[in-house]
Design a protein. Structure first.
Lengths: 97, 199
């Protein structure tokens, strides 16, 4: 069977990010993350959906908060899903065993 | 360890925000009602009407003015929520409000705690709205100035603001346009709120 490539939709702001998965991983609501970053909760949603690319200053603050390097959170190219990185195989391959 | 910890969930202010379609109707209603009020005022000043027709015209004028005032308030309010203001306010959840009250925090202090300066996205929206407003206003003002200068020379029977009310109304219309257009641009262009944003 041919391998199915999962292509993330191109964000309108042009920057891919892992904000949503990292926030979920920390068990935070958008409001809590917004409070920690001193921004509006809607801005968190805009960034997560790729509708807004944060400034360098805000991106650095996000990296500091999640204690991760910039390239782990933001990228100009589609990011590999974290589950794929952790398991070493794509989710589709994992479900096929 | 992360500098943030779980907190109380907050109420959705997104629910209070109206849809883009609704906001667009408000914008059209604001400017249309002002234009209607000015046209009716101009007719009242120029046309010879009976007392009954004058009464009907006055009622229509009153309705247009009322519609204008109400829609102007509704037009400006969502745009302030969307970031035209230099500060943004977060609506607290009832539980959060109760907790603050139990801690002896006054309403004024609570308001100060829950409001913060507009963030970079909100400032960018406001700046973009001002830039778009300028792009709209520049041709409008240029066209109208050209009309006032050249229309009486080139055309016959053109409308010109002749009475004091028409002149003041026109000037007030430009003041309204200058002051409210950035708010209107924001209210027109911002997408519908995503209910998921407070998840």
């Amino acid at each position: 069977m041919a391998k199915v490539e999962r292509q993330a939709p191109k964000p309108s702001a042009g920057v891919y990010n892992r904000m949503a998965v990292l926030r979920a991983d920390r068990g935070l609501s958008r409001q809590q993350l917004a409070d920690a970053l001193d921004i509006n909760y809607q801005t968190v949603g805009f960034i997560e959906r790729g509708d807004y690319a944060p400034s360098l200053e805000l991106a650095l603050r996000i990296c500091e908060l999640f204690e991760l390097p910039m390239e782990a959170i933001f990228s100009l190219r589609p990011l590999t899903p974290l589950s794929e990185i952790l398991s070493g195989q794509s989710p589709l391959e994992a479900t096929r065993g | 360890m992360s500098a943030i910890g779980p907190k109380q969930p907050t109420a959705s202010s997104a629910r209070q925000t109206k849809s883009r379609r609704w906001r667009r109707r408000q914008i059209i209603a604001t400017y249309a009602s002002y234009a209607v009020a000015m046209i009716l005022e101009s007719i009242r000043g120029h046309a010879t009407l009976g007392s009954e027709a004058r009464q009907v015209l006055f009622s229509a004028w009153g309705l247009a003015v009322l519609a204008f005032i109400v829609s102007l308030v509704w037009l400006v309010a969502p745009s302030v929520r969307y970031g035209l203001s230099s500060r943004s306010y977060r609506q607290p959840a009832p539980a959060e409000l109760k907790m603050l009250r139990d801690q002896g925090v006054s309403a004024k202090q609570a308001h100060a705690m829950l409001s913060r300066p507009a963030d970079e996205r909100q400032r960018a929206i406001a700046e973009h709205a001002r830039a778009v407003s300028y792009q709209i206003l520049a041709p409008v003002v240029t066209f109208f100035a050209a009309y006032l200068i050249y229309a009486p020379r080139l055309l016959r029977n053109v409308w010109l603001p002749s009475t004091e009310i028409e002149q003041v109304g026109l000037l007030a219309g430009f003041v309204l346009l200058f002051s409210s257009l950035p708010a209107a641009v924001i209210a027109w262009s911002e997408p519908d709120p995503v209910p998921d944003d407070l998840a």
